[in-house]
Design a protein around this ligand. Structure first.
Ligand SMILES: NC(=O)c1ccc[n+]([C@@H]2O[C@H](COP(=O)([O-])OP(=O)(O)OC[C@H]3O[C@@H](n4cnc5c(N)ncnc54)[C@H](O)[C@@H]3O)[C@@H](O)[C@H]2O)c1
Length: 326
């Protein structure tokens, strides 16, 4: 398969390196409007660089790895050219834009997968399987942590859409997917403790959110733009039959103070490292979807829910009140 990559920044570079190692992809074409960026990445991974979006869309499938506010236009260009797309999350910067875009995608019959990589992460997928199989019993609580090792670069922060839409959205997608229940209420809180630059754009760098589900299960989520020990993303699920965790291993960046407790020698340093297998699985699954026939584990329609929750969390922080979901 000839794969096109739009955007040669952090995630585009990682996907380019990964596609170059997978048998599913024969040729790679890279497009980025920033001078030399596509050319440099293409040289590093043995790909072809282009400055022409129409040429990129001659590929068999495309990865959209550009700033979030450019996703809707690029997705529309891809579906118009009938090129299956894997679009990074979130699919659109706002719920209003996503509500216009999703019906267009569905009417097009062109597969669009959203880059919620947790849906391809082996431990998270196993958690999903065990929940469906009834092995966890009745779900009582979920605790989820999503901490960056270091804040992202300044130029990214301005285009990120904020901590809820950029980071916590992974949990806002994964937890209702795991529990197979819609969220009925969110209550969120935010602070600026790392860098005033976040306050300058009306964002927070440390947030928490509680989610309530119709069954009575509750989830407690937190995210931070800085964790001095490493990149910490984990989900712990407490049920009536078992307590299970995804993201808890000898590299989890937590220094235990117990005599025999873990003190990781090489803690995870970033999303590329922590979710290496998830990103590879995501690309393999996308190749199968784009080639025809395979089911889409992260469809555009499903991502309406996580963005609605991210916006509800922002509303809750600003109002100081819980927000009920329709
Ligand atoms: N799934 C994940 O774990 C994950 C991780 C990081 C980022 N992301 C998402 O990926 C997207 C990109 O994030 P990033 O960190 O790589 O950003 P980045 O700023 O590092 O890179 C974005 C790149 O896109 C280029 N670009 C800008 N407009 C473009 C256009 N119209 N066409 C083609 N290229 C264009 C920029 O020149 C830049 O090279 C965001 O939507 C972000 O939310 C997802």
């Amino acid at each position: 398969m000839r794969i096109g990559i739009a955007g040669a920044g952090r995630i585009g570079s990682m996907h380019a390196e990964n596609t170059s190692t997978l048998d599913e992809f024969d040729d790679i074409l890279i497009y980025d409007p920033a001078p030399d960026r596509a050319a440099r990445l293409a040289q590093a991974v043995g790909a072809e660089a282009t400055e022409d979006l129409d040429h990129l869309l001659t590929a068999d499938a495309v990865l959209i790895c550009t700033p979030t506010d450019t996703h809707p236009e690029l997705v529309r260009r891809a579906i118009k050219a009938k090129v299956p797309a894997l679009c990074e999350k979130p699919l659109a910067p706002s719920l209003a834009e996503m509500r216009t875009l999703v019906p267009e995608i569905e009417a097009s019959d062109v597969p669009v997968t959203v880059g919620f990589h947790r849906r391809f992460d082996p431990a998270t997928v196993e958690l999903h399987r065990r929940l469906r199989a009834g092995e966890v019993g009745r779900v009582y609580q979920v605790h989820a942590v999503c901490n960056d090792f270091e804040p992202p670069p300044g130029e990214f922060i301005a285009t990120s859409g904020g901590l809820f839409r950029d980071c916590l959205i992974h949990d806002l997608d994964a937890i209702p997917w795991l529990l197979d229940e819609p969220v009925t209420e969110v209550y969120a809180s935010g602070s600026v403790l790392v860098d005033e630059a976040f306050a300058d754009i009306g964002d927070w760098d440390n947030v928490t959110a509680t989610l309530r589900f119709p069954s009575g299960a509750q989830a407690l989520l937190s995210a931070s733009r800085h964790d001095p020990v490493g990149y910490d993303c984990r989900t712990i699920l407490y049920g009536s039959k078992d307590t299970l965790a995804a993201g808890l291993d000898p590299r989890t960046p937590v220094n235990s103070l117990e005599p025999d407790g873990p003190r990781p020698a090489s803690p995870y340093r970033g999303f590329q490292d922590r979710y290496r297998l998830a990103y590879l699985n995501e690309l393999k699954a996308f190749a199968a979807i784009a080639s025809g026939g395979a089911g889409n584990p992260s469809p555009a329609e499903a991502s309406l829910r996580s963005l609605a929750l991210a916006e509800a969390c922002e509303q809750s922080v600003r109002s100081g009140l819980p927000v009920r979901l329709a």
